[in-house]
Design a protein around this ligand. Structure first.
Ligand code: IMP
Ligand code: MG
Length: 179
């Protein structure tokens, strides 16, 4: 698995330090607001697990699963596979994403959640692949801006593999070419 990685882009230590900062900021901004962390499965699970342990105010968790990718290329289709378990009306929502690429997925999800009349929605994304953006979406809490490379690890996959790598790495081009 490690042989398939060309380069470690963000190390475990760098991830930990950044997530600690984001957690501190969220704790400060949401004092008394009991935010709901809505995590987009499956890529964001490791991020949210580490993030909530850096947050020192009461929160709740809910999960959403959408499908927008098959392999490396964007299909442009966003499909809801699993909806939220709880009602978010009048709740303060923080949407947790692993990576924003074209922005199409996030845009779709934010619009869908807005219709449910939450008190507020903010976006927290670990990675921002800004150069690939098709639809502009505001990111309120951001981890790292990254170059236009396909990354895996720390929850993120390529064809369901590599999610358990503890760092964010760039995949060898041969792996992508052989697909
Ligand atoms: P978007 O709709 O193009 O912004 O795609 C967002 C989703 O695509 C992310 O939440 C990821 O699940 C997936 N994705 C985009 N880029 C990468 C990548 O470099 N590695 C792994 N997954 C990615
Ligand atoms: Mg995702």
């Amino acid at each position: 698995m490690f042989n398939d990685i060309k380069e470690i882009l963000i190390s475990e230590d760098e991830l930990k330090e950044k997530i600690c900062k984001i957690g501190t900021n969220i704790s400060r901004d949401y004092k008394g607001l009991n935010p709901v962390f809505i995590t987009v499965l499956r890529g964001s699970i490791i991020f949210v697990c580490d993030l909530i342990r850096e947050v020192n105010i009461p929160i709740s968790l809910d999960f959403l699963s959408v499908s927008s990718y098959s392999g490396q290329s964007h299909t442009g289709v966003v499909r809801i596979i699993k909806d939220l378990d709880e009602n978010i009306e009048n709740k303060n929502v923080i949407l947790i994403e692993d990576i924003i690429d074209t922005g199409l997925t996030l845009n779709y999800i934010v619009n869908m959640l807005q219709e449910r009349k939450p008190a507020s929605i903010k976006v927290c994304a670990l990675l921002d692949k800004k150069v690939r953006r098709i639809i502009e979406v505001p990111i309120d809490y951001k981890g790292f801006e990254i170059p236009d490379e396909f990354v895996v690890g720390y929850g993120m996959d390529y064809n369901q593999k590599y999610r358990n790598l503890p760092f964010v790495g760039i995949l060898n081009e041969e792996i992508l070419k052989n697909d």
